[in-house]
Write a protein that binds this ligand. Structure first.
Ligand code: COA
Length: 254
């Protein structure tokens, strides 16, 4: 069963979807919310945050990925103390910063369709200001292999708050830890699972391979017939990879 709970961070309500008890904390991508993880919450459990300004959480002034990481780490502290942190795209950038800056809250990392650097096509970033409909269609076209029912579901979310999507993508565009990983300054000391759709055009396979190369204790799972929205496009394959990571590598999430 999935229920909605909430916690407060700096007097702001942070809304969270909770499945079965599991020390697993999901962070959604740009312009999305915790519902994005519905198939994982149903099948595996854990907690899925609505970041500030998304879903049912309160508004907050957000200027960087670091600001989101602060809210996420506080929410982890208040819900389960410490968790495996799973993040998708922008959420993957946030998850990296939670792990690096608040290591006491992170016992493992799941990096899904994300990167150490997340530059955004000007056609999308500038387009969201000038021709939002066209830019959103472009993101969706690049983000899915097939226009299945999940496509329409995500489309509705993006069209609801295009300005939030724009803010999130502008933060992605500034996010850059490439050199930190290369120089060995971004030290991830927990087990890491990297998941990417083989046909991801927004965060291509080479971003995932970069992580695999630079994070010592990491494994990479590439899911066929999936693009960027891999947890929605191929939930069975996705959940099976996540379950085996949790059961075999980090059993203390129970
Ligand atoms: N991991 C590993 N390598 C990365 C990387 C990552 N996360 N991000 C960038 N790089 C590499 C690139 O492959 C490139 O290497 P190369 O010169 O050997 O080809 C180099 O760093 C510079 O790339 P980038 O920072 O992306 O700048 P760019 O000017 O070459 O390209 C875009 C800019 C927007 C065209 C490009 O980033 C892109 O196609 N992005 C994906 C589409 C998108 O908008 N995604 C949204 C993500 S939220």
């Amino acid at each position: 069963m999935i229920e909605r709970i909430s916690t407060e961070v700096d007097s702001r309500v942070i809304s969270i979807l909770r499945g079965n008890e599991k020390k697993l904390f999901y962070i959604h991508s740009s312009g999305s919310d915790g519902e994005q993880w519905k198939y994982q919450l149903e099948s595996i459990g854990g907690y899925a945050i609505d970041l500030p300004n998304h879903g049912k959480s309160d508004f907050a002034e957000i200027e960087s990925v670091d600001d989101y990481a602060y809210y996420a780490s506080e929410a982890i502290r208040k819900t389960c103390g410490k968790a495996v942190v799973a993040g998708h795209s922008l959420g993957g950038a946030v998850a990296q910063k939670v792990c690096l800056d608040y290591p006491e809250t992170c016992m493992g990392l799941v990096l899904v369709g994300t990167g150490a650097r997340l530059r955004v096509l000007p056609e999308i970033l500038d387009g969201l200001k000038t021709e939002p409909e066209k830019a959103i269609e472009k993101i969706l076209e690049m983000g899915f292999v097939q226009k299945e029912k999940e496509y329409e579901w995500v489309r509705k979310k993006y069209f609801r708050y295009p300005e939030v999507l724009h803010l999130d993508l502008s933060l992605c565009n500034k996010f850059d830890l490439l050199e930190n990983y290369r120089q060995g300054n971004a030290k991830i000391d927990v087990p890491v699972l990297i998941i990417v759709g083989r046909e991801d055009r927004l965060t291509p396979l080479k971003y995932a391979e970069f992580f695999r190369k630079h994070i010592e204790n990491s494994e990479l799972v590439v899911i066929d017939s999936a693009s960027h929205m891999v947890m929605l496009e191929r939930p069975e394959e996705f959940n099976s990879a996540l379950k085996s990571f949790l059961d075999n590598i980090i059993p203390e999430t129970q």
